[in-house]
Ligand binder design. Sequence first.
Ligand SMILES: [Zn+2]
Length: 147
Amino acid sequence: MRTDELVPVAAGLFEGTGSAARLIGTRCASCGTHYFPKTLSCRNPQCLEKATQDVLLSREGTLYSYTVQHYQPPALFRMADWVPYAIGSVELPEGLRVMGMLTGCEPASLTIGMAVELTVETLYRDVQGREVQTYKFQPRTAQELAA
Ligand SMILES: [Zn+2]
């Protein structure tokens, strides 16, 4: 059974698809700290008011660090065609780092400090035939890979 329906791997992580995809985070209006995934309260011990609100985070960031996974991930993150894949920590302009799978190039082409952008891809089809999607980061341009 196959449908065109798309479902996120977990609720509240992101919205949109492709180049319109955005991560949903939290910004503390009191101290300006950003969080991802969303949080109910600011974790800054110096912050007294902790007035948090959901915000859409920047699509573009910098690859802070990464590793290549050579084992199959746990059930929540299963993939249709599993192959070793890279997972990275991406620094966003808001001053936070977000963990995510990396896509759009071979792991050997990744370099720390490269410009990356958010995208959304299908991990697998669930038992109802829906495409289960997650957010990933990919190199921003082909020039990034050639550099
Ligand atoms: Zn705060």
